[in-house]
Design a protein around this ligand. Structure first.
Ligand SMILES: C[S@@+](CC[C@H](N)C(=O)[O-])C[C@H]1O[C@@H](n2cnc3c(N)ncnc32)[C@H](O)[C@@H]1O
Length: 338
């Protein structure tokens, strides 16, 4: 990463387009291959760190996508599809399909795929082909939802319904979380919910009283970037906090062929967001099959867990708690360290 060689006019324009929610109306905002290369090395790489967190969690849960093709919808520079293939091994996948409303993006994503996985078959899929595609593999979607008008969201949902598995990552806002929950609820009868949930029941965030909460977590960036003057100068110039990588995600696998509901076992729950730290204690939102509740944890009860929760590099926010009322008096990470 060398911020001096970046095209800042292009990055500023892209960032403003994304930030101001103009992406839907901006049309094809990729103007050149260079736009995609600049995005890929910077904002795209940060999205890749969110994917790394999601894929790490999937591996820890012991889940893999079914063998077959991968389709990266709204591929941009191709970061999502490539991260999935790298995480599970190119030999697991028969082909990488890319689709984007921008032909420049599709070309760039295919170029990057050939660079990284020279023997993997690749192809672009036209919009017309998507309309009837039965995908005997995995649909990958990343940071696309807020660019789609309602009719295209419905088409994407219909495409998801014709896939064997779906891995979908969005930016982690209240609105994105709500959209992903709607996808989860629409597909829950035909698919098992692999993650982020620890259960396959209705989403607890839909229960009355939980409207202000949303399902999101924070990905840990690679520690080395904080010692990398290129990344720190990039962050200063771009006005971004390198530590803050919120994301919401959803992973589904078609029934049958998968268990009724995949691990973790009953009793495991997910922390939403990050804990709120106070003197000697912290509070967190805990989501399980039975409730979304606020839990309090005293440092003196669980010093090691307290320290790891306070450490922002905590990657997989799954826990088994023993509680009395709203206070956790014992707890462990899940899966337990071996
Ligand atoms: C914010 S970028 C994300 C790119 C990539 N998925 C990532 O995570 O880095 C959104 C992408 O969605 C594409 N896109 C927007 N609307 C689309 C549509 N209706 N059909 C296909 N792609 C679309 C854009 O061209 C852009 O490449």
């Amino acid at each position: 990463m060398d911020p001096d060689t970046l095209d800042w006019a292009a990055l500023d324009r892209l960032r403003e387009t994304f930030l101001q929610g103009k992406s839907a109306s901006a049309g094809a905002y990729w103007h050149s291959r260079s736009d995609l290369a600049n995005y890929d090395a910077t904002f795209g790489e940060r999205i890749g760190w969110k994917w790394d967190a999601v894929l790490r969690e999937l591996r820890l849960r012991g889940w893999q996508p079914p063998p077959g093709p991968v389709l990266d919808f709204g591929c941009g520079s191709g970061v999502a599809g490539l991260r999935v293939i790298a995480a599970f091994g190119a030999e697991r996948f028969t082909k990488l399909f890319v689709h984007d409303r921008s032909a420049l993006a599709e070309e760039f994503a295919l170029f990057r795929a050939r660079e990284e996985f020279s023997t993997l078959a690749t192809a672009r899929l036209a919009r017309a082909e998507l309309a009837t595609l039965e995908l005997p593999g995995t649909l990958v979607v990343s940071h696309v939802l807020n660019e789609l008008p309602d009719n295209q969201r419905r088409q994407l949902l219909a495409l998801a319904r014709r896939a064997q598995a779906v891995i979908w990552v969005e930016p982690g806002t209240h609105a994105d979380s709500g959209e992903l929950i709607a996808v989860r609820e629409a597909l829950r009868e035909e698919f098992v919910v692999v993650a982020p949930c620890t259960h396959c029941e209705a989403c607890g965030l839909l229960a009355p009283g939980n409207e202000r909460h949303w399902c999101h977590n924070f990905a840990p960036p690679p520690p080395a970037i904080f010692a990398d003057s290129g990344w720190t100068r990039f962050a200063r110039r771009a006005g971004i906090d390198l530590r803050s990588l919120p994301y919401s995600f959803l992973v589904l696998e078609r029934k049958p062929g998968s268990p009724d509901c995949p691990p973790p076992p009953p009793g495991v729950s997910r922390m939403l967001g990050i804990p709120r730290l106070y003197k000697g204690y912290l509070k967190l939102y805990d989501c399980s099959s039975t409730s979304v509740r606020e839990l309090m944890l005293q440092k003196r009860d669980l010093p090691e867990l307290f320290a790891s929760l306070a450490d922002e590099s905590e990657a997989v926010p799954l826990f088994q708690w023993h509680t009395e009322k709203a206070r956790a008096h014992a707890g462990t990470h899940w899966p337990p360290a071996v």
